[in-house]
Design a protein around this ligand. Structure first.
Ligand SMILES: [Ca+2]
Ligand SMILES: [Ca+2]
Length: 458
């Protein structure tokens, strides 16, 4: 909430008119260039067009020169939406920053079209270092360094195909380890699940959900070749023994505790992976009639779009309706809530805490009149099933998944053009991997981003 208050004051200080124009340009750019490495999570950074906003870099200036040729260009979001795309095409052949590479080429390569210090093909010459790759695989995915014999084998072998085969076998072995499945992978889930000891399965006196189901489901879906889209689509759970359980799991009483829930009571045909576990619904929906927190946390965790940071805004006309009278219709609130409220409606039939007669996390369509009024990415969705399917097939889902593993392995989001190019390939080939996280990792460890060393060739 602190972050949210911060975001709101930030916006108010900028003044409402410019505030509306700004974040949307980062998205309009990526609607024109969805595959550009300059776009991560469907948005680019301000510095693609600005040196420091509102000052424009040479590329931004060329865009501006063309934009102001339209008499009705008034700098409002609708005007940017209408004219930015055609204007981007017009300036594609120019070399705005005069570094010798045309804007179009730079956008494809992920170097800045307005940044004279970067152009395609000019990164330091990197060579792949198999030994470095092996060390990093060990530390990241096995939790320990490879043995000195392994390293020596890698160093002394001459056949690059054989070397690669050993690396890949070593990685496969690490990805089957308890370290990966029960520790590292679960840490990647922490921000998404937001465990809270005081109210989890061991909570005292209230137990509102058992988040170990969430951890097990997350780790299961992202290992052993399973389809990562199950994060948003799975209709099963994984029990303490690691077995798949299809049917509902009843809560059980715990002496001395007040158990709101510690099972998975939801009917199978209304389950959508991580979005409908009992813990996720209890923690995020709590007592809300319009579960805004649940929708925002789903969008943030599995699509990488944080509405509190003005990301992923797709305002719906005549929204927010403010059915529950929270005052979100005011322009300063509608800026985000015209996206967030429609994003939340599909979650309304899932019982939060303390709905008389219903177990927390169950599906109760009578509770709501808003279920079918929802939207995601500007697309209408009749229920959470449609919401989840649109989300699971989106580029945002692929990018978020790839970014999670990229950040885990590299320590930060893509920065250099080599990193941007490797990242773009990682997420864009996820369909060919059958959305299997381990196949994505098998590709990641072979990139120059993962194990490139600056060549000291004479
Ligand atoms: Ca250039
Ligand atoms: Ca450049």
């Amino acid at each position: 909430m602190k972050r949210l208050v911060f975001a709101i004051t930030g916006l108010l200080q900028l003044g409402s008119v410019t505030a509306l124009a700004i974040p949307q340009n980062t998205r309009f750019f990526c609607e024109g260039y969805p595959a550009s490495p300059l776009c991560v999570n469907q948005v680019t950074v301000c510095t693609t067009c600005h040196s420091q906003a509102p000052n424009l870099n040479p590329y931004g200036q060329d865009l501006r020169t063309e934009l102001i040729k339209f008499p009705d260009f008034d700098r409002k979001p609708a005007a940017f939406q209408k004219y930015l795309r055609p204007v981007m095409l017009t300036v594609e052949p120019l070399d705005s920053d005069a570094d010798g590479a045309g804007n179009g080429l730079e956008i494809d390569a992920g170097t800045g079209p307005g940044d004279a210090t970067h152009k395609p093909g000019q990164d330091a010459l990197l060579v792949f270092d198999g030994e470095l790759a092996l060390r990093r695989i060990g530390l990241l995915f096995c939790g320990s360094s490879p043995s000195s014999e392994e390293l020596q084998k890698q160093r002394e072998a001459v056949d690059p195909i054989l070397k690669k085969q050993w690396r890949q076998d070593y990685l496969a072995q690490c990805l089957r380890s308890d370290y990966w499945k029960k520790e590292a992978l679960q840490r990647l889930a922490d921000d998404r699940i937001r465990p809270n000891l005081a109210i989890g399965a061991q909570g005292d006196p209230f137990v509102i959900g058992d988040y170990m189901y969430d951890y097990r489901l997350f780790a299961y879906i992202l290992s052993e070749g399973h389809d990562a889209r199950d994060l948003l689509l799975a209709q099963y759970h994984i029990n303490e023994k690691g077995q798949k359980v299809e049917g509902p799991i009843a809560s059980h009483s715990v002496p001395g505790k007040f158990v709101v829930g510690n099972g998975q009571p939801l009917q199978i045909d209304r389950r959508y992976g991580m979005l409908t576990t009992q813990w996720f619904i209890s923690l995020n929906t709590m007592f809300a009639e319009i579960p805004r927190n649940t929708a925002a946390q789903s969008y943030r965790s599995y699509l990488g779009l944080d509405i509190a940071k003005s990301e992923g805004l797709y305002p719906i006309e005549h929204e927010p309706k403010d059915y529950d009278n929270k005052g979100v219709k005011q322009p300063a609130c509608a800026f985000c809530h015209s996206t967030l409220d429609p994003l939340s409606y599909a979650f309304t039939p899932y019982a939060g805490i303390s709905v008389p007669g219903y177990q927390v996390g169950t599906y109760m369509p009578d509770r709501t009149e808003y279920e079918s009024l929802g939207y995601i990415f500007g697309q209408p969705v009749a229920n959470l099933g449609e919401w989840a399917r649109v989300a699971a097939e989106s580029d945002a889902f692929k990018q978020n998944l790839a970014l999670m593993f990229f950040q885990f392995s590299i320590g930060h989001a893509p920065r250099t053009s080599q990193q941007r190019t490797d990242f773009a390939q990682l997420w864009q080939n996820l369909d060919e991997d059958g959305y299997a996280a381990d196949r994505l990792l098998h590709r990641l460890v072979e990139t120059l981003t993962f194990a490139g060393r600056i060549s000291d060739a004479e």
